[in-house]
Each structure stands twice: as C-alpha cells, then as structure tokens.
Design a protein around this ligand. Structure first.
Ligand code: F6P
Length: 548
C-alpha cells in the first residue's frame, strides 16, 4: 500500500466493512452447525502452544479478507525490516531488535553494519557468571555474609517483565532466595520491600534503561541510604550491594555504582521489550542461567515462526488481525487476557504496557491523525477469580469483549501432591467459560428447565462472545517465552496495519514534565500561579492537609 493512502480508504478495508454487514449477527452456534470440523480446523500449533480460534466471530472469508489487509499494509515487509535491524522506530530513529536478544550465538544481526549478537551473548555470559556467584554464595556482601535477598528497583519495562516472569516461574526458582520488586515512587513500596530484610544479605539491582527515570533514581537513592544506615557503613559498601542494568554508563557512574557492576543493553531494545536483556538479571538469579536460556529459546522459536510461517499458519498475524477485526469493524474497545494459572497473576499487567504503550497512538507514522481505532484497553486477572467478579459483564453485559483464555494441562512440577487433583477442576472452569461465552443458553433452553417466564430473560445467555483458547502442556520457561513473543508480535502486526509507530512512547512525557513543575508547589508553595484553577486548588488543599 502507498503509505499516503489512508488505511480506511483502501479497497481491503472497504471489503471488510461490507463483509461485516453481510455477516451481521451470525451466531457461533450457526457457524459450528455449518462446519462440524470447525473446532479442529480453526486451530494452530506453534511450538508447545495449541491455539483454538474456532470460537471467534469469523469465517474463512473474514480471515482471507484480513490477510489481504495485512498484505496491502505491508506487515510482512515491516516485519522483515525489523528483523534486519532497520530503524523502523522512526520518531526515535532507532532499530527495534528485541529479537536479537534471544538469537542463538552464531546468528548475525546487524545494526549500522555491526553484528550485535556477540555483544548480546557477552552480556548474557557476564550475567550468567554473576547469577551463579550469587546463587552459590560466592558473592558476599560488605560484611562477608551471603546474599539471600534480591531487590529489583525499576519501573515500567524495567520492572514488569522480570516481576511477571519471576512470578510465573517461581517453581523453577531457588526457593532460598527472596526476590522483591520495587517500582512505585510511593515510599511505601520500598518500605514494605526492605522492612524485614537484613541489609547485610541484600543486593539491590537498579534497572533503568535511561538511568534518569525519577521514580527509579529516587528509590535507588533511598535504598542506598537505607543500606548504609543499616550497615553503619560508608560509600565503600555500595559496590557489594548495588548493581545497575542500563544503557547509560555515565549516569550509572554519577549515581555511584562502579561500571564494573553494570550490565549493559542498547538503545535498540525498547523498555517494554527488554526483559530478555540485562533487565532480566533478577530473574536469571532466581531461576539460573540455564532456565533463562530455555526461556530465550522459547522466544526465539516464536520469532522464527513469525518470520517464516505462511500467513494462514502464522499465529501472531492471526491474533493481531483478529484484534483489528473486533476493534475496527465490530466496535470492541477492550481485550481481556484471562490466564488460568495462579503463576500468571502479573501476566496481563505486563501485557498492558506491551500493548497499550506500543499501540496507544492516534497519529500515523507520517504524523497524520488516524481515523480508525488503534490499540485496545487490555485488562484481566487470573480466570477463576474473575469468574466471581467481572465475568458477569462479559456474559450478559452490553459490551463486546474479545478474550484470550490461557491454560495448562499440568500443574507446576513442585505443586504439593495433595493439590494436584484440583487442577482438573481449574481446567473444567477454563473450558466451561469459553463454552458458555460462545454458545450461551437460549430462552427455550431456560424455559425447558421450568424457569418462570418473568425470569427467562434474566437467565438467558446471548452467547456469541469471541474467545481464543491457548493451551500448553505446562508453564515452563520456554513456554513463557513462547507466550510473550506471541503477544509481542501480535502487537507488532496491529501497529503495522494501523501504520503507527509501536516503538515510541511520547505520551508518557507530559505527565513527567508537569510533575517536576508541581513538586515545588507542594513542597515550597512556589509556582502555583502557573497551574490551572483545578490543579492549584488541589495543591492548596494538599498543602493545608499537610499543615503547610
Ligand atoms: O513509562 C515510560 C518509560 O519510558 C517506559 O517505556 C519504560 O519502560 C519506563 O519508562 C522505565 O524507563 P527506564 O528503564 O529508562 O527507567
């Protein structure tokens, strides 16, 4: 497609709009009745993932038209440019190469003519050595005691990835280590993280791509003060208790961390795509370098699938296009991700940054306002808890909410034997929900149960709520990597079709600038005249409540 042609003025877009009219309110009950094979035909296998998209509101024609849209918008060309290391993040003039972070040692990926893979593996090797020294007890703190507590200080992409993955892979972690993740500039976060820790046994990992993020620098400074006070030591204690993960050696040094204790990454790694880089150090310490490598190999497997699988079998392409179908043609505003695993409790929060920071854009790559829907609101929590909270609205509310259900055939390997039997109940719920959402319960079925007529409308389920089911044998490090890469590339596909830059995040800047201006108003009462009437009054009220 000529990039100047507006997406919603292309023939492919028009064909989808017409098709949507023809499809009307065709019910999934009809689609399954017409095609007895649908439940097996609309499935894909990618690595260890089994994807069932039969409960989506699509036909063969819908899928073909969506693939035509992808072809016309150059998704494959942009994908290839990304893998080649071209600077597809145009507003920041950067390559987008998180895929290089999980490339095998002998791969060649060039940025500005230089193969970056050796540097990626050199850092992974250093991380591996360091992780082993902590895990074995060889690395000791300032007083000679073994490190038992790891506190990662970072925010956004420097927090959500390792925090999510540590939770997901707890059963693979060294249970003698305590891991905590501090992100919020609310002092309560750091307070709760360190209050019961012995400073002599605590390592702080300061994770920040830029090393200028105010929340992280503030928390890191407070953590250093806490440590030195607890140890009754001077600056010399820092070296044994602080390491940095960053692209900014200068700022790391300014902070007082020796660059010998810094693990670097590069500007072609976006924050929300960074947990395969040095940002994953806390996770690597928890699960060990080998398990970390298994996770990276899981990512790489899906990278290769995305790069090489034909459109009909390409899972990230499919998931991306389904999201476009719902958001742009069926008026869905949000997308629920509902894992049926307690260990994936932070999975959706992680995806929120991945998806919403990437595709929460309203101008295209050329800077023109878009007049089509872009990224959805992504939300969700582990499934069974949601069933007793917000699923009511998905089942019987007025909104269309496409959802992904993620589940595993086996519980984690170290689950107490007495709890293993509960897994079938969990998974029965998993399957029951997508069944109920798709097929609902008709008024006739309700009446046949002898329900009084006045209650029939209340007990009727319209059904026809679209879901994708993703099933894997077990939540292993590799499977986690496969899942995350699947969503990364799904987000990529959508950004490519919408012609937006999925790799910048200018929208978070304004709030940061304003916070810097407001802080002196709160602390010293200066500068209030620059504020709008509402914010000024709120600042005055705050100061009064603080007795200032
Ligand atoms: O929220 C904006 C953002 O820049 C994210 O993209 C990033 O993950 C986060 O802040 C943290 O940034 P840094 O790693 O530079 O501290």
């Amino acid at each position: 497609m000529n990039t100047k042609a507006r997406l919603n003025q292309t023939p492919e877009w028009a064909a989808l709009a017409t098709h949507r009219e023809h499809l009307g309110s065709t019910h999934l009950r009809e689609l399954f009745a017409e095609d007895p094979e649908r439940g097996t035909r609309y499935t894909l296998r990618v690595g260890d993932l089994y994807l069932d998209y039969s409960k989506q509101l699509v036909t063969d024609e819908t899928l073909a038209l969506l693939r035509e849209l992808a072809a016309a918008t150059g998704v494959a060309e942009l994908r290839d440019a990304m893998f080649r290391g071209e600077k597809i993040n145009t507003t920041e003039d950067r390559a987008v190469l998180h895929t290089a972070l999980r490339a095998p040692r002998d791969a060649v990926v060039e940025v500005d003519g230089e193969n970056v893979v050796p540097a990626v593996h050199a850092v992974l090797d250093r991380m591996g050595d360091f992780a082993e020294r902590i895990r074995s007890g060889e690395w000791t703190g300032h007083t000679g005691r073994r490190i038992r507590n790891i506190v990662n200080i970072g925010i956004g992409g420097s927090d959500l990835g390792p925090a999510m993955a540590y939770e997901a892979l707890r059963s693979y972690s060294d249970r003698d280590l305590t891991l905590r993740f501090v992100s919020n500039v609310d002092g309560a976060d750091l307070h709760e993280a360190v209050r019961d820790l012995d400073a002599a046994e605590t390592l702080f990992i300061v994770a920040s791509k830029t090393f200028t993020t105010i929340e992280t620098v503030t928390n890191a400074t407070s953590a250093r003060d806490w440590l030195l006070t607890e140890l009754k030591a001077g600056q010399e204690a820092v070296a044994k208790h602080f390491v940095a993960l960053s692209t900014n050696a200068e700022k790391v040094q300014d902070f007082g961390i020796d660059t010998a204790n810094m693990f670097e990454f590069w500007d072609w790694v976006g924050g929300r795509y960074s947990y395969d880089s040095a940002i994953g150090l806390s996770l690597m310490i928890a699960i060990g370098p080998e398990r970390f490598r298994e996770m990276l190999d899981g990512f790489h497997l899906v990278d290769e699938h995305f790069r090489t699988a034909p459109p009909e079998e390409n899972a990230p392409l499919l998931l991306g296009l389904l999201g476009i179908w719902y958001g742009d043609f069926l008026d869905a505003q949000s997308h629920a991700v509902l894992p049926y695993s307690h260990y994936l409790s932070k999975f959706t929060a992680y995806l929120q940054q991945l998806d919403m920071e990437s595709n929460g854009k309203s101008v295209d790559r050329e800077g023109n306002p878009v007049d089509w829907q872009t990224g959805p609101v992504v939300w969700g929590t582990p499934g069974t808890n949601g069933q007793h909270a917000y699923y009511q609205l998905i089942h019987q509310g007025t909104k269309l909410i496409p959802a992904d259900f993620i589940g595993f055939a086996r519980p984690v390997p170290d689950l107490l034997p007495g709890l293993v039997a509960q897994h079938d109940l969990l998974m029965a719920n998993f399957l029951a929900q997508t069944q109920a959402l798709a097929f609902g319960k008709t008024a006739e079925e309700v009446r046949a149960e002898g329900v009084p007529e006045e209650l029939v409308p209340h007990k009727t389920f319209r059904g026809n709520h679209p879901t994708t089911t993703i099933l894997a044998e077990e939540l292993t490090p590799s499977v986690l990597g496969q899942l995350i890469a699947l969503y990364e590339h799904k987000v990529f596909v959508q950004g490519a079709v919408w012609n937006i830059d999925s790799f910048d995040q200018w929208g978070v800047e304004l709030g940061k600038v304003l916070a810097k201006k407001i802080e002196p108003v709160l602390t010293e009462g200066t500068g209030a005249e620059q504020l709008d009437g509402s914010t000024r009054a709120l600042a005055d009220t705050y100061r009064a409540l603080r007795g200032r």
